[in-house]
Design a protein around this ligand. Sequence first.
Ligand code: SAM
Length: 279
Amino acid sequence: MTPEPTPDGPLTFSFLTLFPELLAPFASEAILGKARERGLVDVNLVNMRDYSQNKHLKVDDTPYGGGAGMVIRVDVAERALASLPPADEVILFSPAGQPFTQAVAEELAGKAHLVFLCGRYEGFDARVEGLVTRELSIGDFVMMGGEAAAACVLEAVARLRPGVLGDADSHRADSFSSGLLDYPEYTRPLEWQAQEVPEVLRGGNHAAIAEWRREQALKRTLSRRPDLLTSAPLTPQDSATLLTLGATPDDLKGWGAPPPPPPKKPKRKKKPDATPSGT
Ligand SMILES: C[S@@+](CC[C@H](N)C(=O)[O-])C[C@H]1O[C@@H](n2cnc3c(N)ncnc32)[C@H](O)[C@@H]1O
């Protein structure tokens, strides 16, 4: 999927959270810290407690209808949101949200301002749904808060912004970006615990390396995540490779893969000239 055109200026991530200190290191360390220094991304941590109108700074209350746990008040979330400049998206983190995928990351990377609402306790009062543009889940499990989910999305989205990664191409072959899982990578030492780096990677034949990597990506995807093959852009040569890797013609049909190229005809040997020479 091609990312949407990137607007000029940084992509600003605003986090509405009760624990800004959990997110601060993500915003200041490593590649993201450098991207911030270079003005490519901006991070804004908003403590929702600052928008409590309660003298004890309470932001939550007991659920109507009874039951365990506390619920974050919608009016607190609304006031915290109103303190921010307009956003392209206001995203609520929730196990009940749309699954977060690389395609969603690519879509978000084209925006200018994203607001992330991080829940705690039993989550937000359900009326918060009227304030958000979408809900995202990072998987079928329940965490204690939305900060870790928001950090995942920050990491996945920011690295897609032009200039954030040193090598502009380095995310193109990543798992999911190409529609397949990534091929295996190796570095020194050449031999480790009797395991050698594959011969093809040492030869400097770039066409052979590219072919090997594509085959490995197909092999990994076929064995670990065959579900991805239905939406991966596959070539006739990929179909031929998948057949050699154990896929069946019916599998190819199911994935909507193109037919493999016809087998090459063996070259016919030229018959020796039957006419005797000198006659
Ligand atoms: C303990 S959870 C609330 C779970 C909620 N009662 C439910 O079962 O859907 C507290 C907060 O953690 C965040 N959270 C937990 N698991 C998540 C997930 N898989 N994806 C995104 N956010 C999650 C959400 O912001 C949520 O409001």
